[in-house]
Structures are given as structure tokens and as C-alpha cells.
Design a protein around this ligand. Structure first.
Ligand code: G6P
Length: 368
């Protein structure tokens, strides 16, 4: 097993470091002559034109990919998107548009609820697309179309690299759908693809620059009882994954909150020293989230800020800040999640927990 960990103490850390390669491989699998090519996936331009509505259905982190993808697809391709938890979707007798596309996101391709949601969608006569990592898995076999993520085998129960590759698949779909449906001109299309190709190196840079600082911060936070992750828009989707990572592996009670909703309840939980992590990658929402952080601080919160280089005035508010490289804002999830994975990991290590096999959790949930 030591050999399989390639010098890392845990699979989770190994897999965190495999993300640049996993992301690059997945992206390259759909790039041809500088354009996105979905012919392997099996979606023609005509198929893409017909889509009236997208339903993204998944569980766990894969559901959080859907949350981020919703913002990206709606903005770039102007197709309405609904994101649903598979365990809810399958039992609620959904009203589905016959020209809708159902996207099932699943690393294992075996999650019972996601598979049931796929079957339910097919029963309604909708086209189904699986974003799946495990080749030949049930969801891959039964979906009409498959977009394989090339993350390679993921051992750690808490997903990192599979999640990152699922995001790339979602971006590629959003960009291509936008192009085919006339929402993106050639110049914007090329610009987005070029930017997407810089993501792997930017992830490497975050791993190099921030690892030690986050390890230090995590050790200081090892006794935290609660943590709140807040953000707006795409940053809310990132908050959800950051929160899940921390609760899964470090057993700290965490919640992700849309920053604007704080004052409708959650803020009553803020006490002296409560950890609040603000995520601010979206320019037009920056000031709004800062003001929510200030509200938490005035009630005693200890603030971590996660934002892009250049937003140095965050240090007027945050007690600890992590900066990530700038990218097109649609792709910010791919960068912002990295420090949050490290944070969950290092809090778990500081507490001496079983990082790769957290209590009560399974890698693949094949029962309801
Ligand atoms: C389990 C794992 C999660 C994963 C979820 C969905 O709960 O612990 O990391 O996100 O299942 O799994 P899937 O294989 O469908 O992506």
C-alpha cells in the first residue's frame, strides 16, 4: 500500500496532487484542433440544438459539481438547468420536459440513487448523459451517452480528483453548447478554451504556494467545533464542496450558506471565535460577500477569506487569507476548491483521524 501512495502519507493527498494531470487528461480527451469535439460522447450539433432543459442529478460531491455547472451552463449556453439530489429526484414523480437532457454525474457509476434516477429519466423518454469515471460501470452502460472523466482510480473515500474532472466535463459541455446554440462567438469560444487549458498549471501553483500555510492554519483550527462556508453564486457552490470535504474527513460540524441567507437564521450561531470561511471569486459579488463577512466579524467570528490575487483589501476584514490565481470566473470552482480540500485534509491529519477511510462513510453507496 505504501508503494501505491507514491510517497504521500494518504491517498487523499496523493489524489489531490494528481489533479493537474487528471484535469489535463480529461480536457484533452475532448479537444481536437483547438476546439471541443463531443463526437466520442455522441452528442451531435443537432442533438445540442434540441435541448430545451437540462436536469443534473447526482449525490454528494457530484451534486456539488452540478451546483457549479448550473451557473456555468446557464450563463454560457443560456439553457435552463435544474440540479437535483438523486435520492429526491427519483421519488418525487418529476415533471420532465421530453426535450430535456438528464445529466447524471457519478465517479463510481454505481451509486444506487443516481442509477435509479437514470432509469426513471429513461422511463420518461428523456435522453441521458452520464459523466462517469469508472469505465463500464452501470451508469456508463445504461446512459444514452457517456462523457468519461479520466481521473484514474480514486481510493480515498472523500473525492478530490474525480470531482475536479467532473467540473471540466461540465465546462466543456457548457462551452460547446454555448457555441452550437449561437450564444458564444468564435472569439469568446477560443478564449474560454485557452483559459481552460491553463487550469492544470494553476492548480499546481496553488498546491506549491499554499500547502504549508494551510497546514499551519489547519493545525490552529483543529479544535474548531463549527465552521461556516459562505459565498454567493458560483462561490456558494464552492462553499458546499468545501464544507462537505471538511465534515467528511475532519468531523467538524460545517455548513455551507448562501452569504445573503446568513441573516435569515444562521448568523444566530456565530459566537466569539466561530470559524467563517468566505469565498469570493466573483467580481460582481465581492463587495456583497465582504459585507456579510463584516457582519460575522462584528459578532466575533474568526474569518478566513479565499479570493483571487489582487483583492488585497480583503485583509482589512479577514484574519487569514488565501489567494488563488485569476481565471475566467466561470472556472473559479476548479481553483478555489484546492485550498479547501487541503484545509479538510490537514484538519483531519491534525486531529489524527483516518483520512482515507472516515467513519461511517463508503466510497460508493450502492444501497439506498
Ligand atoms: C459517496 C462518496 C462521495 C461521493 C458520493 C457520490 O458518498 O463518499 O465522495 O461524492 O458517494 O458518489 P459517485 O460515485 O456517484 O460520484
Amino acid at each position: 500500500e505504501a508503494a501505491e501512495k507514491a510517497g504521500f502519507e494518504h491517498f487523499m493527498m496523493k489524489e489531490i496532487h494528481e489533479q493537474p494531470k487528471a484535469v489535463r487528461d480529461t480536457l484533452n480527451s475532448v479537444l481536437k484542433d483547438g476546439a471541443i469535439d463531443l463526437s466520442e460522447v455522441g452528442l451531435t450539433d443537432e442533438d445540442i440544438q434540441k435541448i430545451s432543459q437540462i436536469y443534473i442529478v447526482a449525490c454528494g460531491s457530484a451534486y456539488h459539481v452540478g451546483m457549479a455547472a448550473q451557473y456555468v451552463i446557464e450563463d454560457l449556453a443560456r439553457i435552463p438547468v435544474r440540479v437535483e439530489l438523486a435520492s429526491e429526484f427519483r421519488y418525487r414523480n418529476p415533471i420532465l420536459d421530453p426535450n430535456g437532457l438528464v445529466i447524471i454525474v457519478s465517479q463510481s457509476g454505481e451509486t444506487a440513487d443516481s442509477l435509479a434516477a437514470l432509469r426513471e429519466s429513461k422511463k420518461h423518454g428523456l435522453r441521458t448523459l452520464g459523466i462517469v469515471n469508472v469505465v463500464g460501470s452501470s451508469i456508463a452502460r445504461e446512459a444514452d451517452n457517456v462523457f468519461y472523466t479520466l481521473a484514474g482510480p480514486e481510493i480515498s473515500v472523500a473525492t478530490t480528483k474525480a470531482y475536479s474532472t467532473q467540473l471540466i466535463a461540465a465546462y466543456a459541455l457548457a462551452i460547446q453548447f454555448g457555441k452550437v446554440r449561437g450564444e458564444l462567438d468564435e472569439e469568446k469560444y477560443q478564449e474560454l478554451i485557452t483559459e481552460l487549458q491553463t487550469i492544470p498549471d494553476k492548480i499546481s501553483k496553488i498546491l506549491e504556494d499554499d500547502r504549508e500555510r494551510i497546514q499551519w492554519f489547519a493545525a490552529k483550527q483543529a479544535n474548531a467545533k463549527d465552521a461556516f462556508f459562505i459565498g454567493r453564486g458560483i462561490d456558494y457552490a464552492i462553499s458546499m464542496e468545501g464544507s462537505l470535504k471538511m465534515k467528511e474527513v475532519s468531523y467538524v460540524h460545517t455548513e455551507a450558506y448562501a452569504a445573503g441567507e446568513l441573516k435569515h437564521g444562521t448568523i444566530s450561531l456565530i459566537e466569539e471565535g466561530t470559524l467563517v470561511i468566505g469565498i469570493l471569486t466573483q467580481n460582481h459579488l465581492y463587495e456583497k460577500t465582504i459585507s456579510n463577512m463584516v457582519e460575522c466579524k462584528s459578532r466575533g467570528a474568526y474569518l478566513m477569506g479565499l479570493t483571487t490575487f489582487g483583492h488585497y483589501n480583503i485583509e482589512d476584514t479577514a484574519d487569514f487569507t488565501v489567494y488563488i490565481p485569476k481565471t475566467d470566473e466561470h472556472f473559479a470552482t476548479s481553483l478555489a476548491v484546492i485550498p479547501l480540500q487541503l484545509l479538510g485534509y490537514y484538519v483531519s491529519v491534525a486531529k489524527g483521524l483516518d483520512v482515507d477511510k472516515p467513519r461511517n462513510l463508503a466510497k460508493s453507496v450502492t444501497v439506498e
